[in-house]
Design a protein around this ligand. Structure first.
Ligand code: DNO
Length: 351
C-alpha cells in the first residue's frame, strides 16, 4: 500500500504541496485537471505539467481522480461515441505521462451528495452530513442552487432536461450503458498501462429518483465481470459503501481484492445515525460504523499494493477550506491508516 493525498491543483487547492509532502509516509498525489470541461480530451502537456509540480515536491502522481463521464454516455445517447473517443484519448495521455490509476464514477448527474457541509459537533469541529428526508425536501426546480456543494453547476432548465432524460433509464439500462462504455475503454486502458477504478455511488442508494448501481458487493462483482480484464477494477471507498449497514466491507474487499481488482482505496469513516442518515466521523474505528482495522486487515490479506488515501476529513483547529478536504484531519487520518498498516505488516500470519 502506498499512502496518497488528494490535491486539487495549484489554482484550486489552498494547501501547499510541500505541506502534504511533510506528512509522515506520504508517497503520492491524487489530482485532476478540474478546468477541463466534461467531454473534452485531457491534454498530455497539461498532465505532464501537473506531474512535474508534484515531483518537485518529492511525491509521485499516483492517481487521476476523476475524468468525469459525459451524461450522454450514461444516458446511452447518440453522441456517446464521440465522448467515448475523447475519453479513450485522455486515457492514452495518462498512460504516456505515467499515471497508473484512473478513478471515475458512473453516477447519473450528481456525484457525491450531502445535505449539510458544516454540521458542528460538540468539540467544535465540523463535518459533512447526510439525511435522506432532508434531501427529499430540496427543491431542484431552481437548478442545483439549493443542493449543498453544487452551487450553480446546473441551472433550472438544464437540470430539468437531464432529470427528464433519465426517466427512461432504469438500473438495467444504466448497467448496459456502463458495459458499452467499458467494452470500449478497458482495452485502451490495458494498452496504455492504466488501471480503471470505478468509484462506488455515494451515498449507495437512489437519490432524486435517479438510478444508482454501484452500491453493494454483488454490484462490484457484476462490474468486474462486465469486462474480464485486470484493467477493469474498483476504488474501494469505505465511506460510500459503509453508509449502508447491509454492506459487509471486509468480505467485499476479500472477494474483489482477491481477484486483483481493487486499484485504489478511499478510507474514511461514517457514523450511521438512522435510516439513510449519517455523518462523516473521525477516521478510527471506534468513532464510526466502519471497522477500519478489519477493512485494512482484509486489504492486507489480499496483498493490496495500490494507492490509498484518507478520504474526507473534518474541519479542525480553525481550518477553513474545501469541505472534506482540509489538511489537518486528513493528515491525522493518513497517520492512523499507516499505523494500522504497520501493525498488520509486522504481525505474523498464523500458520
Ligand atoms: C468525493 C470523492 C468523489 C469522487 C468521485 C470519483 O470526495 O470521493 O467526488 O472523486 O466520485 O469519480
Amino acid at each position: 500500500m502506498r499512502m496518497t493525498f488528494r490535491w486539487y491543483g495549484p489554482d484550486l487547492d489552498p494547501i501547499p504541496l510541500q505541506y502534504i509532502g511533510q506528512i509522515p509516509g506520504m508517497d503520492g498525489i491524487v489530482s485532476a485537471l478540474h478546468e477541463v470541461p466534461v467531454g473534452e480530451v485531457w491534454r498530455e502537456d497539461a498532465l505532464a505539467r501537473r506531474r512535474e509540480l508534484i515531483e518537485q515536491a518529492g511525491l509521485r502522481f499516483s492517481v487521476v481522480e476523476s475524468i468525469f463521464v459525459h451524461e450522454d454516455i450514461k444516458l446511452g445517447r447518440g453522441e456517446r461515441d464521440r465522448y467515448i473517443e475523447a475519453y479513450q484519448q485522455s486515457i492514452r495521455h495518462l498512460g504516456e505521462v505515467g499515471v497508473p490509476v484512473l478513478c471515475y464514477n458512473f453516477m447519473p448527474i450528481f456525484d457525491w451528495t450531502r445535505t449539510t457541509l458544516d454540521t458542528r459537533f460538540p468539540d467544535g469541529s465540523t463535518a459533512l452530513t447526510y439525511d435522506h428526508e432532508q434531501l427529499a425536501r430540496i427543491d431542484l426546480s431552481r437548478g442545483t442552487g439549493d443542493l449543498p456543494g453544487w452551487g450553480s453547476a446546473f441551472d433550472a432548465r438544464e437540470l430539468a432536461a437531464l432529470l427528464e432524460a433519465y426517466r427512461s433509464v432504469t438500473e438495467e439500462r444504466l448497467w448496459e450503458n456502463l458495459a458499452y462504455f467499458l467494452e470500449r475503454i478497458v482495452p485502451v486502458a490495458e494498452e496504455s498501462g492504466v488501471k480503471l477504478a470505478i468509484h462506488p455511488d455515494d451515498p449507495p442508494w437512489s437519490i432524486f429518483g435517479l438510478p444508482r448501481i454501484i452500491t453493494s458487493g454483488p454490484a462490484l462483482r457484476r462490474l468486474v465481470d462486465l469486462v474480464d480484464s485486470r484493467a477493469n477494477g474498483v476504488t474501494f471507498c469505505t465511506g460510500s459503501l459503509g453508509a449502508s449497514l447491509d454492506n459487509d466491507l471486509p468480505a467485499m474487499v476479500r472477494e474483489i481484492g482477491s481477484l486483483g481488482r481493487i486499484h485504489f482505496a478511499h478510507c474514511r469513516n461514517v457514523k450511521v445515525t438512522g435510516d439513510r442518515q449519517f455523518y462523516e466521523s473521525k477516521h478510527p474505528s471506534e468513532f464510526g460504523s466502519v471497522d477500519m482495522l478489519e477493512v485494512l486487515r482484509a486489504l492486507h490479506e489480499v496483498g493490496f499494493d495500490g494507492p490509498m488515501r484518507p478520504d474526507h476529513g473534518r474541519m479542525i483547529w480553525g481550518e477553513t477550506g474545501k469541505p472534506g478536504y482540509g489538511l489537518y484531519d486528513r493528515a491525522l487520518g493518513a497517520t492512523y491508516l499507516l499505523g494500522l498498516w504497520e501493525a498488520l505488516s509486522r504481525t505474523p500470519v498464523p500458520a
